[in-house]
Design a protein around this ligand. Structure first.
Ligand code: ADP
Ligand code: MG
Length: 415
């Protein structure tokens, strides 16, 4: 089926054409009709398979048809997301798909001044994409009215229903008109969260596209066993062997992000970092530099694991394995998006072998192991430009040399 065959508004079809979207993806094909009908939907589909447009197309279409003019008549759809970057990205998709329609979208998030957001909300906003914190602030200050909302979307739904956000979701549900449509979208979900999702809706949930393997088939992913202290040399090698590629590197903590950045600086590799300790303006700026390819290597914490859609990321490197198993799927899913193909490699140290097992249990599948023979492993350590490490190697060589010269005294065995 072609988008032209759908009975959606002409303007949306034109916008889809401009984006080069001809045919709906699987999840779009399955979710657009029930959403248009007004049913509640729980949609689970692999990373990078077009879930954003799967809810944006029917939402824009419904509002465009109902609205007789472009005048202000309150927010009708609320899309809740876990991170600010994701809020902005989803807003951009709504903007592109709603051009020349009567629908206006906007996004709000924390970490920036709220005045401009308040001014915008006074205008004409139909679809609001929001992170929970700022949204509740603006509701409690009376700048955001929720009583016209008839559609609630939870993107990255399993995460939004997880401990940190669950109370927010209950609170928001209470504030919405009793009759509203709820849409859940994610690449991962477990039984507990699925039950929770079901308990939150009145209508029977209509669809579920639940692939056995949550990692997109476009991602070739594997794991390499590397000692903790040697990881930086392997990262250096991966980057230097692919100088033209965009590479996204995930680490466990903010401190490690800065540390790896410094280690790469020492070997003349330019990288940028993103994590929650950075000012929001800088975070957006970093994303832009990575998006345009101005800087080719981005070192990120899990704040960037979910939902982020950056074109042409050829490699994802899990420099550290993620603590939460589902984030493995989300991290490696930053490559191989849409029709692109991508590679992901995880550096697993001895200390992380249990985490790897947990991830494999979560995926009900083993991850292919990259065989690195001893020679290759040592070649990688020799490959480094790190002056410190060469210096250390020299000292070590010297020590080895000296110890060989000393004749061991067999009688005096040291304990
Ligand atoms: P998901 O939310 O499933 O991870 P996104 O909605 O971020 O995926 O979309 C992933 C990529 O696929 C985006 O770059 C988007 O432009 C592209 N895409 C979405 N729908 C289509 C389509 N029907 N045809 C071609 N490309 C598409
Ligand atoms: Mg998404």
């Amino acid at each position: 089926m072609h988008f032209d065959d759908y009975s959606i508004s002409y303007e949306i079809k034109k916008n889809l054409g401009k984006l080069g979207f001809k045919k709906p993806t699987d999840i779009q094909f399955k979710s657009i009709p029930p959403i248009i009908k007004g049913e509640d939907v729980l949609a689970i589909a692999q990373t990078g398979t077009g879930k954003t447009a799967a809810f944006a197309i029917p939402i824009i279409d419904k509002i465009h048809r109902k609205k007789s003019t472009s005048r202000k008549d309150g927010v009708k759809c609320l899309v809740m997301v876990p991170t600010r970057e994701l809020a902005k990205q989803i807003w951009e998709v709504f903007e592109m798909l709603s051009k020349h329609t009567r629908v206006k979208a906007y996004c709000i998030y924390g970490g920036v001044e709220q005045d401009a957001q308040i001014a915008k909300l006074e205008e004409n906003v139909d679809v609001l994409i929001a992170t929970p914190g700022r949204m509740f602030d603006l509701v409690s200050q009376g700048h955001l009215i929720l009583d016209r909302i008839d559609t609630l979307v939870l993107d990255e739904a399993d995460h939004m229903l997880d401990l940190g956000f669950l109370k927010d979701i209950y609170d928001i549900k209470k504030k919405l008109p009793k009759k509203h449509q709820t849409l859940f979208f994610s690449a991962t979900i477990n039984e507990g969260i699925k039950k929770l999702a079901y308990s939150l809706v009145e209508n029977a949930i209509r669809i579920q596209v639940s692939p056995k393997d949550p990692v997109s088939k476009n991602v070739n992913h594997s794991v390499a066993f590397i000692k903790m202290d040697d990881k930086r040399f392997f990262l250096e090698r991966v980057i230097k062997e692919h100088p033209e590629s965009k590479i996204l590197v995930f680490v466990r903590t903010k401190v490690r992000a800065e540390r790896v950045h410094k280690a790469m600086e020492r070997v003349n590799i330019k990288t940028i970092t993103i994590h929650s300790d950075k000012e929001q303006k800088e975070r957006f700026d970093v994303m832009k530099q990575f998006k345009t390819g101005e800087v080719k290597v981005l070192i990120a914490t899990d704040v960037s694991a979910r939902g982020i859609d950056i074109p042409n990321v050829e490699y994802v490197v899990n420099y550290d394995l993620p603590d939460q198993s589902e984030n493995y799927v989300h991290r490696v899913g930053r490559t191989g998006r849409g029709r692109e193909k991508g590679f992901a490699v995880s550096f697993c140290s001895d200390e992380e072998k249990n985490t790897l097992k947990e991830i494999e249990t979560f995926m009900q599948k083993e991850i292919t192991v990259l065989d690195i023979d001893k020679g290759e492993y040592h070649d990688t350590l020799d490959f480094t430009e790190d002056a410190n490490s060469n210096w250390k190697a020299l000292i070590k060589d010297n020590e080895d040399f000296l110890s060989k010269q000393k004749k061991p005294n067999k009688k005096k065995k040291r304990q």
